[in-house]
Design a binder for this molecule. Structure first.
Ligand code: GLA
Length: 656
C-alpha cells in the first residue's frame, strides 16, 4: 500500500518534471534577437503584426508570434540541438485584402517548408518541420515575385523545440572569404576594350587604348584614318572622325620590353553610337547631392591610376545635383544659359580635365522642370541646354523623367516618348557624339521602343539602390527583371539595369562616408557576371577614392568584360529560371557561348546545363573567364557546384 503510494507520487512528480522540462524546451521565435531579422519594411514586432495590431490571419487571432514584412530572412543557429520548428503563417489581415507572400523554412540550406503563394484572407498554414541535427535554420518570406507592398507576414505561435536547455541564436549571414579570382595582369602588354566602335562623321574623337602591362608602353595603330592622331606614349587617339562613312579596320598595337600585343578595332562611321555597352563610373550611389567638381576630377584621375581605364572603363559621369537647386535663384543666366551650383565653379574645365586623360565625360538632367532631387531641369530649354552640354564637351547624357510627369502632354506611348524623341533629335544636330541614356524606370515597356526614339540605353527598372533585397540582394531582383527583355538588346541599343553598386556605397539616408557593400564575395561575382551576360552598361557607382583589391578584381577582369563587350551585341537568353536557379546563355561573335549558372538558393549545390537546352551537340571546351583557365572538355552537359547566391560563369568553345 505504502509502496504503491510512493510509486504514484514518483510517477506524478516525474510527469510534472517532464512537463516543466518540455515547457522549458520550447523557445518562442519572439525571444530571439530579432534585430538580426532583415526585412523589406519596418521592424519585426513581438506578439503584434507589422503595423502593431494583434496578429490575425483570415479572422483567426493569435496571442503570440512575430509580425514581419517581406522580403525577410532570419538565420538561427541551432547547433543540432533542435527537434522541430512549429508555427502558423500567413498574410496578416492588416494587409486589408492586398499582399501575396511565400513563406520558406530551410535547414542547413535544404528546403523544409514551402507555403506556396499565400494571399490575404487565406487561412494560416501550419509549419511543423523536423530540425533534428540541423545546425542553421533559415526563416524567410518572399514577395512572391510581385513587389513587397502590403506583404505583412505573421509567424504566429512560432516556436523552436530544443533538446536540453540550449538556446537558439539569431545570427547574421554566413561569412565568406574574399577570394580574388582575377589573375593579376602580366608585365607584357595586353590590349583590352571593345573591338568595334561607332562614331558619326566629322565629330571630335577621343579614345584611350585600354591596355595592361608594364608602362611605359609604345603604342601604334595601323590603318588609322588620317584625321585621327595617336599619342604613342599614352595610347590616346584624338582628332576628327573622317567624313567618309564606312568601316575602318584598325589594328591597335602595344609594345614593351616584355612583349607585344595587337587587337582589332573596327571604327564604324555612321549614325550608331555605343556599338558595345558603355563602361564607366557615375557619381550617384556614393556622392548624391554632395557631389563636387573635385570628386569628378579625382574620379577621372583614379580611373587611370587604378587601372580601370586599362580594361575599357571610359565614361566619367556626373549624376544629378550639379545645377542650381529649386529655390536657389537665379537658375539661368539672362540669356537662358543653365547655371551650375557653387560646387561646380568650372564645369567646362572639369570636362577638359576628364578629356585630358583620354576619357569621356557624362552629364545628367531631366526633361521636366526639376530633376528627381529637386534641381533645375531642361523643360522648355532643351535646345539651349543640349548645346551647352556639347559646348562644355560632354559625351554622354542621362535624361531622367522625374518631374516631366507633371508637364507631360499627349496620351499613351506618345506621352512617354515625346521628351526622348525631342532630345535625341537635338543631339543629332550637334557637332558632338553624345550617347543618350533614357532613365524612366521602364515605363511603357521602354525596351520595346527605346531605340526607335534615339536612346542608346534605357533603364528597365526602378533604382537598384532602393531595392530591399533581404533574401536575395536587390541586384538579383533587378537583374532577373532586366533579363526578361533579352530580345530587345542590340548594338547601339542596350537594356540598362542600373549601376554596379559594390565597393564603398552610400544611400541617401546615410550620406557622408558611405560603407562597404553588404554583398558577399559570391554575390559580387554573380552581379558582374549577370551584367556582362546581359550586355548591360558597366557603370560602377561606388567610391572611386576607396577602391580596394577585391572590388577591382570584380570590376577588372578582361575575359569577363569581353563577354559584355562582345561585338555581336546579343543579350543572354534565359535558359532556365526557377526559385532556386537561373541559367543565362549569351552567343558571342566567334561562335562561342557564354553561360552563367546562378544559384539563387541558400546552400551550395550542383547546377547542370544540358547541351539540348543550349542548342549544342558534340564536345565543347569550357573556360572559366573569372580564373582564366580551361576546365576541360565536356559532352552532353556541363555541371558545376555553385555557392550560395554565387555563379559559375563559363565560355564554351567547340573542342578540336
Ligand atoms: C532617379 C534615377 C537615379 C538618379 C536620381 C537622381 O532616381 O533613377 O538613377 O539619377 O534620380 O536624382
Amino acid at each position: 500500500m505504502r509502496f504503491s503510494f510512493l510509486m504514484i507520487a514518483c510517477v506524478v512528480l516525474a510527469a510534472c518534471c517532464a512537463t516543466l522540462a518540455l515547457a522549458a524546451e520550447r523557445v518562442p521565435l519572439s525571444a530571439l534577437d530579432l534585430s538580426q531579422m532583415k526585412q523589406g519594411w519596418g521592424r519585426p514586432q513581438i506578439d503584434k503584426s507589422i503595423t502593431g495590431k494583434p496578429l490575425r490571419i483570415a479572422g483567426q487571432t493569435f496571442a503570440t508570434g512575430v509580425g514581419s514584412h517581406a522580403d525577410s530572412v532570419l538565420r538561427v543557429r541551432l547547433d543540432g540541438q533542435a527537434t522541430r520548428f512549429t508555427a502558423w503563417v500567413g498574410v496578416d489581415d492588416g494587409a486589408d485584402g492586398h499582399g501575396s507572400i511565400v513563406v520558406l523554412v530551410y535547414g542547413d540550406g535544404k528546403h523544409l517548408f514551402h507555403s506556396g503563394v499565400m494571399k490575404c484572407g487565406e487561412p494560416a498554414k501550419r509549419v511543423d518541420v523536423d530540425l533534428s541535427g540541423t545546425n542553421v535554420a533559415l526563416l524567410a518570406c518572399t514577395s512572391a515575385g510581385d513587389g513587397i507592398n502590403w506583404d505583412h507576414v505573421d509567424w504566429a505561435e512560432a516556436e523552436f523545440h530544443m533538446l536540453g536547455d540550449t538556446r537558439p541564436r539569431a545570427v547574421g549571414p554566413p561569412r565568406e572569404e574574399r577570394v580574388i579570382l582575377t589573375p593579376k595582369p602580366r608585365p607584357e602588354p595586353k590590349i583590352n576594350g571593345p573591338k568595334v566602335y561607332g562614331a558619326r562623321p566629322g565629330r571630335p574623337f577621343i579614345y584611350r587604348i585600354p591596355c595592361t602591362g608594364q608602362r611605359p608602353l609604345a603604342f601604334a595603330a595601323e590603318q588609322l584614318p588620317e584625321s585621327l592622331e595617336l599619342d604613342r606614349e599614352t595610347g590616346i587617339i584624338t582628332g576628327t572622325v573622317p567624313q567618309k562613312r564606312g568601316e575602318y579596320a584598325i589594328t591597335l598595337r602595344a609594345r614593351n620590353p616584355h612583349g607585344q600585343a595587337a587587337r582589332p578595332f573596327k571604327l564604324i562611321i555612321g549614325d550608331t553610337l555605343a556599338l558595345t555597352p558603355p563602361m564607366g563610373w557615375n557619381s550617384w550611389y556614393i556622392h548624391y547631392d554632395h557631389v563636387t567638381e573635385a570628386h569628378m576630377r579625382a574620379a577621372a584621375d583614379t580611373m587611370i591610376a587604378s587601372g580601370m581605364a586599362d580594361y575599357g572603363y571610359q565614361y566619367v559621369n556626373i549624376d544629378d545635383c550639379w545645377m542650381k537647386k529649386r529655390g536657389d535663384e537665379p537658375y539661368r543666366a539672362a540669356d537662358g544659359t543653365l547655371l551650375t551650383n557653387d560646387k561646380f565653379p568650372d564645369i567646362g574645365g572639369m570636362v577638359d580635365h576628364i578629356h585630358s586623360k583620354g576619357l569621356r565625360a557624362g552629364t545628367y538632367i531631366s526633361p521636366g522642370p526639376w530633376t528627381c532631387a529637386g534641381y533645375v531641369g531642361s523643360y522648355q530649354h532643351e535646345q539651349a541646354d543640349a548645346r551647352q552640354f556639347a559646348q562644355w564637351g560632354f559625351d554622354f547624357l542621362k535624361y531622367d523623367w522625374c518631374t516631366y510627369e507633371q508637364v507631360a502632354t499627349g496620351a499613351g506611348l506618345e506621352r512617354l516618348q515625346r521628351p526622348y524623341r525631342q532630345m535625341s533629335a537635338i543631339l543629332k544636330t550637334l557637332k558632338r557624339d553624345i550617347v543618350l541614356n533614357l532613365c524612366q524606370y521602364g515605363l511603357g515597356e521602354v525596351w520595346t521602343w527605346g531605340g526607335t526614339v534615339g536612346g542608346h540605353c534605357w533603364r528597365t527598372t526602378d533604382d537598384l539602390g532602393n531595392q530591399p533585397g533581404a533574401l536575395l540582394p536587390g541586384f538579383y531582383d533587378i537583374g532577373l527583371s532586366n533579363a526578361r527583355h533579352w530580345q530587345y538588346a542590340k548594338p547601339g541599343q542596350w537594356n540598362d539595369p542600373d549601376y554596379i553598386l559594390i565597393g564603398w556605397v552610400s544611400n541617401s539616408s546615410s550620406l557622408g562616408e558611405g560603407q562597404p557593400t553588404t554583398l558577399t564575395p559570391n554575390e559580387q561575382y554573380s552581379y558582374m557576371s549577370m551584367w556582362c551576360l546581359m550586355a548591360a552598361p558597366l557603370v560602377f557607382s561606388g567610391d572611386m577614392a576607396k577602391l580596394d583589391e577585391f572590388t577591382l578584381n570584380v570590376l577588372c577582369n578582361a575575359e569577363v568584360i569581353d563577354v559584355d563587350q562582345d561585338p555581336l551585341g546579343q543579350q543572354a537568353r534565359i535558359v532556365t529560371q526557377t526559385d532556386e536557379l537561373l541559367i543565362l546563355a549569351k552567343p558571342l561573335e566567334d561562335g562561342t557561348l557564354a553561360v552563367g549558372l546562378f544559384n539563387l538558393g541558400e546552400a551550395e549545390r550542383p547546377i547542370t546545363v544540358k547541351w539540348d537546352d543550349l542548342g549544342l551537340s558534340g564536345k565543347w571546351v569550357a573556360r572559366d573567364p573569372w580564373r582564366q583557365v580551361d576546365l576541360g572538355t565536356f559532352e552532353g552537359q556541363f555541371e558545376a557546384s555553385v555557392a550560395r547566391h554565387g555563379v559559375a560563369l563559363v565560355r564554351l568553345r567547340p573542342a578540336g
